[in-house]
Ligand binder design. Structure first.
Ligand SMILES: *Cc1c(COP(=O)(O)O)cnc(C)c1O
Length: 373
């Protein structure tokens, strides 16, 4: 394996955004002329456009994805639908933000094992964790694939609990009967962190819902608990979507659907052309329920595999190397036995899948994975 081969980066954000550079420069110039920096017209326009793209009535922009989740939960507390100390079911292998949001809202996270095949909440293990205190289930659509939302909603209805989705990795993912991410649950949280399928040029996030009471309260909570200037009804925070980020996001939103199509095309090639017993490919039913935010394979000997990728010039990442219950920050879960979660965290490797990949790079990635011994 020659080292002179050009490195295929895991993700080249500069290249991904370069196709917008000229447009962004002219939009930035308009922004300077307008002189409106916070809560301007473009935030409102983005909220409207994003709500439309998610096929919901309401959207409110916030500072980031973590705040989107936290504000939804705090909103339900203010509405009296849930109470501090209630339990919230989350996938044990989610990104830590899901769990942190539950803690920030004063609720208790209950970690449930994922399905090894889909990496999403194991619907057969949810009910055994439901108690009198369970008030919310938060499915994460991990790596861009919708959780088994139909079954989760059925369980939630049976036990009278809310469903809030962590859709931070799933912009545009569509269930063939139920609809699109952002519209499937009581409320949904999105992140526009630069690396996401819809990424800003900094931090940004949003909440979508059809619940008018909830949207009014989260809007207020993210703006110092104030709906009218200098009149504060709640102990709120400062978490607003920046006007400038809204401008960039409005432009990029136009291309989200075609980008997701391209991501699925690359995934389709990987799944049909990577043939190596040592590499377990991700499960996908071939529908639009997956937007391949990440293409995550599993291998038994990860150190060896990653060494090989490095030598072969193929970038990679690990999402995520340490399970939440094994993090120093979450010592209260250290005693939990979560064998599936632990196994997943030992075996996963994300290989490059993004809209800036060229065909020859995709060919090369397939070739490198097929030659791994
Ligand atoms: C990115 C992400 C978040 C948090 O989003 P930020 O904008 O970084 O706060 C939450 N959940 C998941 C699953 C994510 O991937």
């Amino acid at each position: 394996m020659s080292n002179s081969k050009p490195l295929i980066p895991f993700l080249d954000l500069h290249k991904i955004n370069s196709r917008y550079h000229e447009k962004f420069k002219s939009l930035f110039s308009d922004f300077l002329d307008a002189g409106s920096y916070i809560k301007g017209s473009q935030v409102t326009l983005f909220e409207k456009s994003f709500a439309e793209s998610c096929e919901v009535d309401f959207c409110v922009g916030v500072g980031n994805g973590l705040d989107a989740l936290t504000l939804i939960l705090k909103g339900y507390i203010e509405l009296g639908k849930i109470h501090v100390g209630d339990e919230v079911i989350v996938a044990a292998n989610t990104f830590i933000a899901t769990i942190l949001s539950v803690k920030y809202a004063g609720l208790i996270p209950v970690l449930v094992e994922p399905d090894e095949r889909t990496f999403n909440l194991d619907i057969h293990k949810i009910e055994r964790h439901i108690t009198d205190k369970t008030k919310v289930i938060i499915p994460t659509h991990l790596y861009g694939q919708l959780a088994e939302i139909e079954e989760i909603i059925e369980i939630a209805n049976k036990h009278n609990v809310l469903v809030v989705s962590d859709a931070a990795q799933a912009h545009g993912a569509r269930h063939k009967e139920l609809g699109i991410a952002g519209s499937l649950c009581n409320a949904s949280a999105f992140s526009f962190y630069p690396a996401k399928n819809l990424g800003a040029l900094g931090d940004a996030g949003a909440i979508t819902t059809n619940d008018k009471a909830l949207i009014e309260i989260v809007k207020c909570l993210g703006n110092y608990g104030s709906s009218e200037k200098y009149k504060n009804d709640y102990v709120g925070v400062n978490s607003r979507l920046d006007e400038l980020q809204a401008i960039f996001l409005l432009e990029k939103l136009k291309y989200l659907e075609q980008d997701n199509i391209k991501r699925r095309q690359i995934a389709k090639r990987y799944i049909s052309e990577i043939k190596n017993e040592k590499i377990i490919l991700p499960f996908w039913d071939g529908s639009e329920n997956h937007v391949f935010h990440l293409f995550v394979v599993r291998v038994k000997n990860r150190i060896d595999f990653c060494d090989y990728l490095k030598k072969s010039g193929v970038g990679y990442h690990i999402h995520y190397p340490i399970a939440p219950h094994q993090q120093n920050a979450l010592k209260e879960f250290a005693e939990l036995s979560l064998p599936i979660t632990e196994k997943i965290h030992k075996e996963v490797v994300s290989i490059p899948l993004n809209v800036s990949l060229e065909n020859d790079q995709i060919d090369r990635i397939i070739e490198v994975l097929n030659q791994y011994q």
